[in-house]
Structures are given as structure tokens and as C-alpha cells.
Design a protein around this ligand. Structure first.
Ligand SMILES: Cc1cc2nc3c(=O)[nH]c(=O)nc-3n(C[C@H](O)[C@H](O)[C@H](O)COP(=O)(O)OP(=O)(O)OC[C@H]3O[C@@H](n4cnc5c(N)ncnc54)[C@H](O)[C@@H]3O)c2cc1C
Length: 506
């Protein structure tokens, strides 16, 4: 007999989990299908020996606290999910640029401390940095007004009351920073964060960057006590508590369509499953490849084809037989760069651009067994940066060479000894992420948010985005773009719209 649901969610990544938790909690008959045997997608954990590693999360922004909840905290709290949030208080990051024009700087959290720490590195820059940072609440006010007018703001009100928004909205981070009078060195230091978004700051929309910067600066970077797997499990609990079904080892292989072009359901485990609405946590490219192409409006295919795949990463996970203190590393996040300029860092990414070293024990001391610590190296590169002629038999050497190169570099730059302490090591590349997440080119960030497809353009053009009746998208590939916060918020937002439609609302 055919199986029918109100909602089928495809993929149990952050977006899919938040979506399924919402629809189940609203009383809709919900089925969540995940191809792996565990939930989370990027938000998971894995074990090697006596270590449980965090595979992806460096820092979550826009979380906030119980007293001052921000968007992500609210998503979890409203659903009744209660992860143990930990925070990196005080510091934001340490930025080290190697070579002649190099520097070694620590940026602090909190607006005042942040501006002071940039000023300490670049004397006289404080007022200009403050001007830049202070744009954020003004932009928020403009966006609130635009939402209040249901996307039809009065031009005169925008010009008179929200002139900062009008001056900022269409510009890159570097254009806005330059307009604020921020000296080049201070720009470079602040722009270190491009490494988290995968788009260099001469190309990245200023509001997008400010959003992330402000989130970390004001709330502090957050992470769950027991790796991101804890976040995923907390949402699985919500889904199951409210009667939702979660099927693991259930890869969706086909999307089913009605004659009128609306989505009817999916095929998983060779079984046809029907629903009133489908929410896809899977990137549109893959969904369309699993669909009858004549059912996809041409404009939707063109949109997907026009978008560029976002960044992927090489990661190295190390379990060390010494503590962070014995190692001599007191920071949680260190960015190490070959050149001060973000564009150069981006363009030389596969050689000596930018990499991040995280030591989770410096935020969560007992995140590894007593007397040990873990290190997590991340190098942003694109899937197409992996050598095209790399043969399967040479892949292990490719990974080993990368690990050796970056570990030796970090030892030199940080003045610490890592190699003799390695007890466990694991290396992942875009190939790993392509295989695990199933994304084209191993993108971990969906589509690149830049140029015509920047964050502001996506938000403004939301109605012109994918429009197939009964098919909804959520996750890092969708409107708000990449990252944990955006994926949770998008899953939450999209599911609420579905609930409203199915329960007799708009
Ligand atoms: C190494 C690394 C570091 C990162 N660092 C950060 C960070 O510090 N901060 C931050 O905010 N973000 C970070 N990110 C990005 C963040 O993890 C992602 O943007 C976000 O988790 C994407 O969520 P998503 O909802 O799009 O789902 P994904 O994680 O992409 O999950 C999609 C799910 O769908 C499943 N799936 C795919 N195809 C099918 C199918 N056909 N049938 C059934 N299931 C399917 C997959 O198995 C997966 O579980 C990082 C990512 C990585 C990999």
C-alpha cells in the first residue's frame, strides 16, 4: 500500500532537521529521510581511537544566551531542544600573517573591545572601525521596515530614514570599509573572517559580512559541549517526541511529480512515498538530477545552472597525547595566512593562502580525554582545486602531503611541536565531502554568495527563486546561504510556511 505523509523532508542536515522538527511539532505527519545511518550531515562527530572529533563546526554565530537569545537560540528553544551551549568568551580570533608585512594580532569580542583590539594593532583606526560596525543596527532597522511593508518599501522613507542601508546594500565589504575610512591594514585584519564564508571581501556583500561579524562580536562564538552531533540529536529527539518518523539508510533516488508539475513525493529504498509537500535539504542540482527534467520550469534550471558552487575545504583532525597547555597553544581559533590581503589569500588558497587551527580544549577543556587535546586544521579550497589528474592510488599520498605541509607550517609559525604528539590523524578533502554530503564538487556551502547571487540579491529576489509547487528548499544552498545558523534558520522559516499552508493559513 502507498505510504502518505503530510510532509517528507529529504536530508537530515541542519536545515532538514530544523524543518522536520517544526512540522512534526506542529502536528503534521512528518517523515525525515537520511541516506546515512546518523543525522546531521556536516553537523556530526566521528571517533578515532579515544578521541571524538568535531568534523565541521568552528563557531556558530547568532546563538545568544538564555538571557539574550538570538535567532539560533530561539529556533532550538521554541522547538524544546536543549543543547548544552558553550561560548568562547573574550577572544574572537588570533590572526597571523607570515612574512615581511606580517602581523600577529588578537581580536576581542564585544563591540568596544573589538574596536580597541583593532586600534591596538593599527593605531588611529578605532573611529572608522566603529563607524563600520555601527552600520549593522541601522541596516537591521531598514530590513525590518522592508519586511513590515511586505517588500514594498516607500522610496522616500528608504532615502530619508534608511540612507545608510541604501549606501551599503549593493557594495562589497572592502568598498564599505574604505568609505568608512578604515586603514588598509585594519581592513585586512578584520577581513580575516572571509575564510569562514569562502568569498573574498572585495567580492563579498558588506551586509552579509557585517551580519556574521556582529553575530560573533556581540554574542560570542558558540558551540555545543558534545560536538555538533549533540545539536543534531537534540532535534531528532524533538521530531520523534512529536511522532515524526526518521528513516536512516534511506537515500532518496527520485522526486515524483503530478501531471500539473507539482511534487507528489519521492522514492527511497525503491519505495514510492507520497506527501502534500516535500522539503529538500538536498541541493537543487541533485534534486533536478533526480527529477523528470520536463517537470522543472526552464527558469529554475537556468537559475541552478547560473549559480556557482561554493567553497569546500581540506581538513586535518589531530588527537594529541599532550594538553593544549603542554603544547603551548592558548587560543581556540588561529588564522594563519601567507599574505595580508584577502584577495591574494583567496587566489593562492591551494598553495599558501589561509588556514585555520582550532583547539577545542581551549573552550571545552574536557572535550578530549585527560592529558590530551585535539587540533582541527581547515584550508578553504574549491572542489575544482583538487588536481584533475589525481589518481585513486595517489589519493593517500595527496592527503599525507597536505597534512605534513600544514602541520609543519603551523609548528614553525606557532613555535610549537605537534608531530611527536600525534596519536590519531584523519584528513578530509573536497572528495570526502562530495562523497559524504553528496554535494557537487564537495561544496560545504551550497552556492557561492557573490556577484549577482549575493545575499542581498537572494533575499530581494526570493519570490523569483525556485518555484515548483509542493517543493521547498532549505539548508546552506538556499536563500540565506551557508553556515550552521543560516541552515537552521532557513529550515525553521521554510517549515513554518509549509505548516501555515497545510494547516489552513495562507
Ligand atoms: C569542515 C567544515 C567546517 C565548517 N565550519 C563551519 C563553521 O564553523 N560555522 C558554520 O556556521 N558553518 C560551518 N560549516 C558549514 C555548515 O556545516 C554547513 O553550511 C551546514 O551545516 C549545511 O547544512 P545543510 O542543512 O545544508 O545540510 P548538509 O550538512 O549539507 O546535510 C545534507 C544532508 O542531506 C543528506 N542527503 C544528501 N542527499 C541525500 C539523498 N539523496 N537522500 C537522503 N539524504 C540525502 C546528507 O547525507 C546530509 O545529511 C562547515 C562545514 C564543514 C564541512
Amino acid at each position: 500500500m502507498d505510504k502518505h505523509f503530510d510532509v517528507i523532508v529529504v536530508g537530515a542536515g541542519n536545515g532538514g532537521l530544523a524543518a522536520a522538527a517544526n512540522t512534526a511539532k506542529a502536528g503534521l505527519k512528518t517523515l525525515l529521510l537520511e541516506k546515512h545511518n546518523i543525522p546531521g550531515g556536516c553537523a556530526t562527530s566521528f571517533r578515532r581511537g579515544r578521541f571524538e572529533f568535531e568534523p565541521s563546526l568552528h563557531e556558530l554565530c547568532s546563538v545568544g544566551t538564555a538571557d539574550k537569545p538570538d535567532l539560533v537560540y530561539k529556533v532550538f528553544d521554541d522547538l524544546g531542544a536543549k543543547p548544552n551551549w558553550c561560548y568562547e568568551t573574550g577572544h574572537l580570533f588570533r590572526a597571523i600573517v607570515k612574512g615581511e608585512n606580517g602581523y600577529d594580532v588578537r581580536l576581542e569580542a564585544g563591540i568596544e573591545d573589538f574596536c580597541n583590539s583593532v586600534d591596538a594593532a593599527v593605531p588611529g583606526s578605532k573611529a572608522s572601525v566603529r563607524k563600520f560596525v555601527d552600520l549593522k543596527p541601522k541596516i537591521d532597522a531598514a530590513i525590518d521596515y522592508i519586511y513590515a511593508t511586505k517588500g514594498n518599501p516607500n522610496g522616500l522613507v528608504m532615502l530619508l530614514k534608511h540612507s545608510d542601508f541604501m549606501r551599503t546594500a549593493g557594495h562589497s565589504v572592502e568598498q564599505v570599509m574604505t568609505a568608512c575610512g578604515i586603514p588598509e591594514k585594519a581592513q585586512n585584519i578584520i577581513c580575516t573572517y572571509w575564510g569562514y564564508l569562502g568569498v573574498p571581501t572585495d567580492e563579498l556583500n558588506a551586509m552579509h559580512f557585517l551580519n556574521m561579524l556582529y553575530g560573533y562580536m556581540v554574542d560570542g562564538a558558540a558551540m555545543p559541549k558534545h560536538r555538533s552531533h549533540e545539536l543534531s540529536l537534540s532535534l531528532i529527539d524533538v521530531i520523534q517526541k512529536h511522532g515524526g518518523e526518521v528513516w536512516y539508510n534511506s537515500e532518496v533516488t527520485q522526486f515524483l511529480y503530478n501531471d500539473d508539475g507539482s511534487v507528489a513525493g519521492v522514492v527511497a529504498n525503491e519505495e514510492k512515498l507520497y506527501s502534500k509537500e516535500v522539503i529538500s535539504n538536498v541541493i537543487p542540482h541533485n534534486v533536478f538530477n533526480m527529477s523528470q527534467l520536463d517537470k522543472i520550469p526552464e527558469q529554475n534550471l537556468k537559475l541552478a545552472n547560473a549559480r556557482e558552487f561554493g567553497i569546500s575545504v581540506v581538513t586535518i583532525y589531530l588527537g594529541l597525547d599532550c594538553t593544549a597547555e603542554e603544547l603551548g597553544l592558548e587560543d581556540y581559533t588561529v588564522f594563519i595566512m601567507g599574505h595580508p590581503n584577502p584577495r591574494v589569500q583567496h587566489d593562492t588558497r591551494a598553495e599558501d593562502g589561509l588556514y585555520i587551527v582550532n583547539c577545542l580544549n581551549n573552550v571545552i577543556p574536557d572535550s578530549s580525554p585527560e592529558g590530551t587535546c585535539t587540533l582541527f586544521f581547515t584550508m578553504p579550497i574549491f572542489g575544482h582545486d583538487v588536481p584533475k589528474d589525481l589518481k585513486p592510488q595517489d589519493y593517500k599520498k595527496y592527503k599525507n602531503d597536505l597534512a605534513k605541509k600544514y602541520i609543519e607550517d603551523a609548528e614553525k609559525v606557532l613555535g610549537i611541536s605537534i608531530m611527536p604528539h600525534i596519536e590519531e590523524i584523519s584528513v578530509a578533502t573536497p572528495v570526502t565531502f562530495a562523497r559524504y554530503l553528496g554535494t557537487p564538487e564537495g561544496t560545504i556551502y551550497g552556492y557561492k554568495l557573490s556577484g549577482w547571487d549575493n545575499l542581498m540579491a537572494r533575499i530581494a529576489g526570493e519570490k523569483a527563486d525556485y518555484a515548483i509547487p509542493g517543493l521547498n528548499f532549505c539548508g546552506g544552498h538556499y536563500i540565506r546561504g551557508d553556515g550552521y545558523s543560516c541552515a537552521y534558520i532557513m529550515g525553521d522559516t521554510v517549515a513554518k510556511k509549509v505548516v501555515k499552508r497545510l494547516k489552513g493559513g495562507a
